[in-house]
Design a protein around this ligand. Structure first.
Ligand code: OFO
Length: 171
């Protein structure tokens, strides 16, 4: 059974993952409004991934005798200066999420919850990818320059979402 302290922290993390989903959906809407459909598609996939992250925690709480709780979320930003500005903000946001995931791990260590530590390793690895992919697009945009945005847009249009099972209950 999960401790009350860890259950509370996981519920806060579900809220953070759902906020991430909203933020990326808002970024997708921004790109669509600018006619950058490849970027919009990439961000829409990112939104789906974040909902998957949230649901994996949601389902896990029930499997450990806890209870998931959906909370109020702040409104995400809707306007950005450029594609680079969007990805800089996404990278900063992912760095924050990494610190939240690490904090969850610290709580699990304090609570001697070995099962949660094993479960949370997936998120620790995922955060390495999350930061790397945002940084990778910033690098591409820098290489491409203003005139190359069209080509980056075409490349991002090819992203696919292939979720594994988020656990009992599914997304
Ligand atoms: Fe859930 O990894 Fe991004 O926020």
């Amino acid at each position: 059974m999960i401790s009350k302290k860890l259950e509370e922290a996981v519920n806060a993390q579900i809220q953070a993952e759902m906020y991430s989903a909203n933020l990326y959906l808002s970024m997708s809407a921004y790109f669509r409004s600018k006619g950058l459909d490849g970027f919009a598609h990439w961000m829409y996939i990112q939104y789906q991934e974040e909902m998957f992250h949230a649901m994996k925690f949601f389902n896990y709480l029930f499997s450990r005798g806890g209870r998931a709780e959906i909370r109020e979320m702040e409104k995400p930003a809707t306007d950005f200066d450029s594609p680079r500005d969007v990805y800089e903000k996404a990278l900063k946001h992912e760095q924050l999420v990494t610190s939240l995931i690490n904090n969850l791990h610290e709580i699990a260590i304090e609570e001697n919850d070995y099962a949660f530590q094993a479960f949370n390793q997936w998120y620790i690895d995922e955060q390495v990818e999350e930061e790397e992919s945002a940084q990778g697009i910033i690098d591409k945009l820098d290489l491409a320059g203003e005139g190359g945005i069209y080509w980056v847009d075409k490349e991002l249009a090819a992203r696919t979402f292939t979720p594994t099972n988020p656990g009992e209950g599914e997304v």
